[in-house]
Design a protein around this ligand. Structure first.
Ligand code: HMG
Ligand code: MG
Length: 298
């Protein structure tokens, strides 16, 4: 049976805006997060405390966080790669962070200037210090379904990296199809292999990019094997500047439409969300990637 309710983890302000060539003004970013919260998203990833030269789009992370209710009822996590990022985040009053690991050597180098093992050494003090400060830590694993430089990625390698992140003290693993190449059976196989290794679905979230048009089908496949947390991005914004051929995330509106049809609860107001994405598409001067936004947005 499918779950009765799911949690949508909104990544538009972070995964979406990190990939826009234009730098979005601080006031627009602030309003974007506020509108997503008002639309009922239960958690909204707000920005990244990464090196500002690596992702100039999010260089204003501290200023943005200063304008947002970091102690509010809706958690507003931020990406943190290392201790320098954690220092900046803690100084700004952040209460939830997300570290981001690669399942492959090639992408650890491209995205973190690290090796597969060294990235875990980099995260270890980040997780320990965050937890000691009462800050919750989510962990992403990127390139779970394929890597643009290495090709196929063995499922065991993904499970091994994921388990190491949980062992460090992460409270949730988000399994990323960074370049959108995964398909339904592969998704179910990955979830089953985590379960076989002792990691139940309550620890897992799925993070699909829609490069090959598989994101919604993959979300449905994940629902069938008991996943209840899905990352999605308003309007289908998104992509990773350090991953060749990464395009937008699963669109939040498309996910909401499917969940509504399946009778699965999510707490999001679709019409406010569509209005927000239409507004953002005007700001960015580009057509929304989301089919639902295009269908409903006047
Ligand atoms: P590095 O160049 O190796 O850094 O970058 P370093 O440790 O050698 O430090 C060099 C200088 O940078 C030092 O300053 C540091 O203090 C400073 P100096 O002493 O020379 O004056 N520095 C920082 N400054 C501000 N904030 C920081 C920071 N760190 C160091 N956090 C680093 C290593 C990890 C920093 C870099 O590779 C980086 O920032 N990478 C982030 C890339 C990124 O954000 N990618 C997109 C997000 S991941 C994603 O989109 C995938 C996901 O959506 C899931 C999926 O789809 O699969 C999550
Ligand atoms: Mg992503």
């Amino acid at each position: 049976a499918l779950p009765a309710a799911v949690t949508i983890y909104e990544v538009g302000p972070r995964d979406g805006l990190q990939n826009e060539s234009a730098i979005v003004p601080l006031e627009v970013k602030t309003e974007f997060v506020e509108r997503l919260v008002a639309a009922g998203l239960p958690i909204v990833e707000a920005t990244s405390f990464v090196h500002p030269k690596w992702v100039p789009q999010l260089a204003d992370a501290a200023e943005l966080v200063a304008r947002l209710p970091m102690d509010g009822a809706v958690p507003l996590p931020v990406l943190v790669p290392n201790e320098r990022g954690l220092d900046r985040a803690l100084e700004s009053g952040v209460r939830h962070i997300a570290i981001f690991a690669s399942a492959t050597e090639a992408f650890a180098l491209k995205n973190l200037n690290s090796t597969l093992d060294d990235q875990l050494a980099m995260f270890e003090p980040v997780v320990a210090r965050a937890r000691a400060a009462g800050v919750d830590v989510r962990a992403y694993v990127s390139m779970c379904f394929g890597d643009p430089w290495e090709g196929a990625v063995p499922v065991d390698q993904v499970v091994s990296v994921g388990r190491r992140l949980l062992d460090l003290g992460a409270s949730q693993l988000s399994l990323g199809d960074t370049i959108g190449v995964g398909t339904a059976a592969h998704v179910q196989e990955l979830v089953r292999r985590f379960e076989a290794a002792g990691t139940g679905t309550e620890w897992l979230a799925m993070h699909f990019h829609d490069t090959y048009g598989q994101a919604l089908a993959n979300a449905h496949a994940a629902l069938q094997v008991g996943i209840t947390t899905f990352d999605a991005s308003a309007g289908g914004l998104g992509g990773c500047p350090y991953a060749e051929s990464a395009t937008g995330n699963l669109a939040t509106e498309d996910l909401v439409w499917m969940l509504d049809g399946l009778g699965i609860e999510h707490g999001v107001d679709l019409s406010s969300l569509v209005e927000t994405s239409v507004w953002m598409s005007r700001v960015l001067q580009k057509e929304p990637a989301s089919a639902v936004v295009r269908a409903l947005g006047a």
